[in-house]
Design a protein around this ligand. Structure first.
Ligand code: ADP
Length: 264
């Protein structure tokens, strides 16, 4: 079933068009990686779909309904975001941070409901944050903070989770931990995941499909093996690469080759 559809979207900033005629569909339960060089328009795409910026042209449908027909809380119950700048600069306890994710279900005057507490506990457990729940967020490691920010997004009980480079500050072990968690959420809770990724190998390993953007246009939207084509990557990223097959997962993996593309 189609959960998200972009139809001919043009979007950008104060009339500077960044995304040009972008159209694609996402099925419920898919894990999509958005890739492309710096400045390709990946963050602009995420901001447009999450209603941070309004498109100049085109329509976005969530469950076949125009996203501008939902009110703020209705959207927040369906779409959650983990942005790069999601990190919190005030000292709060982990549990309180995750509780903030319940805002779409709370009214101003009523306090936390039993359901809120139940969901927060579940998400703390799912993200392996239950042992951190009474710790101050500022005292956590980057990997722990990232899990807390994901737990807060999950407390919104979204149908779609958007992430912008969720593992950019993490070592490879913690990168895998976050992606294994995302895959688990994707499979067990059927949450549709759309993540911006710089690491093409993580993208190939975990995503069902990759959307390759360049200059605000979709270059390819397909299975990782059809998107990670060495000629295409060399052209778009202006570098030399070799694409091999991972012998364990049989997914493609990209190896960088030093040297100048012009002298190849
Ligand atoms: P990516 O996430 O792929 O690196 P972005 O979507 O951040 O790309 O940026 C795409 C283009 O939009 C870039 O040329 C960038 O300079 C421009 N841009 C991004 N944010 C703004 C902004 N707030 N105002 C004006 N231009 C912006």
């Amino acid at each position: 079933m189609e959960i998200l559809k972009l139809d001919n979207i043009s979007s950008g900033y104060s009339n500077k068009e960044i995304l040009k005629n972008v159209s694609f569909k996402v099925q419920r339960g898919e894990f999509i990686g958005v890739i492309g060089p710096n400045g390709a328009g990946k963050s602009t795409l995420m901001k447009t779909v999450t209603r941070v910026i309004k498109p100049f042209k085109g329509q976005i449908y969530l469950n076949n309904k125009n996203i501008y027909c939902f009110n703020f809380k209705e959207i927040a119950r369906r779409i959650a975001c983990v942005r790069q700048e999601s990190f919190i600069s005030f000292s709060y306890k982990v549990r309180d941070i995750v509780m903030m994710g319940r805002f779409p279900y709370q009214s101003l005057l009523a306090g936390e409901s039993k359901e809120d507490v139940k969901v927060v506990n579940e998400m703390l457990k799912l993200t392996d944050c239950d042992k951190l729940s009474d710790r101050e967020i500022l005292n956590l490691s980057s990997g722990e903070k990232q899990r807390v920010v994901i737990a807060r997004a999950l407390a919104q009980e979204p149908e779609i989770l958007f992430l912008d480079e969720p593992t950019s500050y993490l070592d490879i072990g913690h990168q895998m931990q976050i992606f294994n968690l995302l895959k688990k959420l994707n499979k067990e809770k059927n949450i549709t995941i759309i993540s911006i990724l710089h690491d093409l190998n993580l993208a190939a390993e975990y995503c069902d499909k990759l959307l390759l953007l360049n200059n605000g246009e979709i270059i390819r939207y397909d299975l990782p093996s059809n998107v990670l084509d060495y000629k295409l990557l060399e052209e778009i990223y202006n570098t030399l690469v070799v694409v091999k097959e991972n012998p364990i997962s049989n997914k493609p993996y990209v190896v960088l080759v030093s040297g100048n593309r012009q002298n190849k």
